[in-house]
Design a protein around this ligand. Structure first.
Ligand SMILES: [Zn+2]
Length: 512
């Protein structure tokens, strides 16, 4: 008997890298994820598809941990072992805080953590915490250092990496239809996956700090060249795809109001990105750049234009103007339709007519077509197409129900734009214009894809073909006959319309 125990100990003492990394990954999946399993089971319906989602998540978690541990142990040697042990230690502490205080390890929480003083942190000590540390941190650490790892050659290492990454892609690829469920629950799920939550969210927090403190590169000074009164409303759309607007030839009447509005021009446009932050940045930037240049509202505000920003969305580069109102600010004093983009509309006429400046820019950053719960983005009276998909697990909806819900958001957008135009029409003292441009498009199941965010080089056209709609109060205002334009046209067109003369202005990129 002693001999057989000795054999097991010997076998444990010396392990192949793949065996060791698998064991650690399995331990990680079992020891630290009870809150994760609890959350998923509480938020998913019963049935085979749900079982499939849970299985896929666990598999991806196992494979991703395996990949990270393999990389660390092969490339890092002893340092790799120390890092893996540190992950187990941090996981143990994280699990203690999740179980005890119900904390969500998101970017805000990691920011709090990194800003915590030692004196505050020591107040958290408890015997239970010590227990978590000993059982889930120290014991695995002893095991990690007791094992002698046989790493094997580079050939075997790269083969292991290839197979692991391939398997992750395969599991993810089989789940495109469940992506909307995962996307909706991503903030919580992401905060419960250890060690990914605190690692990734610490990096995110650090990047946000860096970005918030980044100085924008100023554009050369501009001047306003005349005293004529001009006001422009720029409406930034969310996930609006061009081919679902009847103005662009969609077979369903999703634009009952705009279709009968004179002086409307619908231009063909392409977004410069397929996700919000980059799309909005391109709309406000004078040119394509990864650097932070002075954006349109900041630039015009500095030049003396009266600039207002109203938003029910997020993700724009830092806006430095006086009249900046996010959703929370707009909700104060809101009396009806306060969960919808109606909130952006009040008193545009007054804001323009009572301005102290001859040049006015109002930006409305909408959120209407944001998925996956399209049916929650418009008031009931805009539910034109029925029945609608009313859940995030798209496997439970028919394709037609999904299209109906999405198309209703376009009907609502039609109303919002028409309302803005109506208000602009009643401004008698200014020449006015409306520009409506979406941040990116949206996939609705074509090629098995949903939502957006596919890298531009591979993105399907649904994710970048966007509406670019123009209305002008004066029928004499000529609009160029341009072919498919990009989002930077907004910057130059606004400068042109408001008579702002700037060295940054490019005449060939103005639609006026
Ligand atoms: Zn977006």
């Amino acid at each position: 008997m002693n001999a057989s125990i000795q054999n097991i100990i010997n076998a444990l003492k010396e392990q192949k890298l793949t065996t060791f990394a698998s064991t650690l990954s399995l331990l990680n999946v079992i020891l630290f994820h009870a809150p994760f399993y609890q959350y998923v089971l509480d938020n998913i319906s019963s049935g085979w598809n749900s079982f499939f989602i849970v299985l896929s998540l666990v598999l991806i978690m196992f494979l991703a941990n395996f990949l990270a541990f393999t990389l660390l142990l092969f490339l890092g040697g002893l340092i790799g072992k120390i890092l893996v042990a540190a992950f187990f230690m941090c996981n143990a502490m994280s699990l203690y805080f999740i179980n005890t205080y119900n904390v969500m390890l998101d970017d805000t929480m990691m920011g709090n953590f990194w800003n915590t003083q030692y004196s505050e942190a020591s107040g958290f000590f408890s015997w239970a915490m010590l227990g978590y540390g000993l059982v889930l941190g120290i014991l695995p650490t002893l095991y990690i250092f007791a094992v002698k790892v046989k790493t094997g050659g580079f050939k075997r290492f790269f083969a292991t990496l290839g197979i692991t990454i391939g398997s992750i892609l395969l599991v993810a690829g089989g789940n495109t239809k469940n992506f909307t469920w995962i996307d909706k629950h991503a903030p919580v799920i992401g905060s419960l996956l250890l060690p990914w939550s605190y690692t990734v969210n610490s990096i995110r927090w650090y990047n946000q700090q860096k970005k918030a403190n980044a100085k924008e590169i100023l554009l050369p000074d501009a001047v306003i060249t005349d005293n004529s009164k001009k006001a422009l409303v720029l409406v930034i759309g969310e996930s609006a795809r061009r081919d679902h607007f009847s103005l662009y030839g969609y077979s369903r009447n999703t634009n009952p109001l705009l279709t009968n509005t004179p002086n409307i021009t619908a231009l063909l446009a392409k977004s410069n990105a397929t996700y919000t932050t980059a799309g909005v940045k391109a709309i406000l930037d004078s040119q394509e750049s990864d650097d932070l240049y002075e954006i349109l509202p900041n630039y015009l505000y500095r030049t003396g234009v009266d600039v207002t920003w109203r938003s029910t969305n997020w993700g724009e580069p830092p806006v430095h103007i006086q009249k900046y109102y996010n959703a929370t600010a707009l909700q104060q004093g809101c009396t009806e339709y306060c969960n919808y983009d109606h909130m952006l509309l009040p008193q545009l006429t007054k804001a323009i007519e009572q301005s102290n400046s001859n040049k006015v820019l109002i930006v409305l950053h909408t959120s209407t077509s944001h998925g996956p719960e399209y049916n929650k983005k418009y008031p009931a009276e805009f539910e034109t197409f029925t029945p609608v998909c009313n859940q995030v697990e798209l496997a439970h909806c028919t394709h037609q129900e999904l299209l109906n819900a999405y198309d209703n958001t376009i009907v609502y957008t039609d109303y919002l734009l028409h309302n803005v135009i109506d208000q602009l029409k009643s401004v008698s003292t200014f020449e006015t214009a409306l520009l409506y441009v979406s941040d990116h498009g949206e996939s609705l199941g074509e090629g098995g894809l949903y939502m957006h965010g596919v890298p531009m080089a591979m993105a399907p056209r649904e994710q970048y073909e966007i509406p670019f709609i123009v209305w002008t109060s004066s029928a004499n205002r000529k609009i160029k006959n341009v072919q498919e334009i990009d989002q930077h046209y907004v910057f130059h067109s606004v400068l042109k319309f408001l008579d702002v003369q700037s060295p940054a202005y490019k005449a060939d990129k103005s639609i006026f």
